[in-house]
Write a protein that binds this ligand. Sequence first.
Ligand code: MG
Ligand code: MG
Length: 266
Amino acid sequence: MVWQRNVVVKTPEEIEIMREAGRINAMALDTARQLIRPGVTTAKLDKAAEQVIRDHGGTPTFMGYPGPYPYPATLTISVNEALVHGIPGKQELKAGDIVSIDCGTTYKGFIADSAFTAGVGEISDDAQKLMDITEKALYIGIKQMQSGHRVGDISAAIQGYVEGNGYHVPREYSGHGVGRQMHEAPQVPNYGRAGRGLVLRPGITLAIEPMLLVGTFRTRVLPDQWTVTSADGSLTAHFEHTVAVTENGPLVLTPMEKVLDGRSIS
Ligand code: MG
Ligand code: MG
């Protein structure tokens, strides 16, 4: 069902499929999370996540994604000043790093997209605070996903909270609609004005993804043409969930907590 401004509203059945995609995605991310330790390569995390997705009948959404050249991996793994789109490879994690891992799973034609940031070994209080504020910003944004609210309410809530804590949000990278495509209308910036933008209705599915930078809102792209870092080299963090607007409020389709203990998928 195509709706105003090309927003694709999902049926309850489609949202259930996205939820299954979300469960697989969460398992893949959790598998990567459990491998985080000093000395592990980012390629090892990537291969483990890919295996989980394929074992459950999904395909890695990011692999082959169009860009400067087709994206070559299952995960994006972005360490410290790298904000998003870091390519897994020979890089070894080291104690004190913070690592942002983003993953997409396509399952039965629908996509789930989510991300988290975690510390490697002992990390600084400043790094921990940055991660905590970023994760909190995610839930502050999600809380605005009520029928009748607008996209600008999500953006303004995230920006207000983040900047109120002295951090910055990028201008070039945003949350987004998600469904059969990884990036659908509308864009969901991490900055904006309340009361503006698309009116939310049940069946709208969005990837909410606050990205925080310590020193500046400016970013740059590394010579690999994918990795985005803070322009000043300061620390960054990123959390993301795919979320549906329902009659009963926001429904997170990619919860990781659910997969930490019970690994089964219904
Ligand atoms: Mg993502
Ligand atoms: Mg996303």
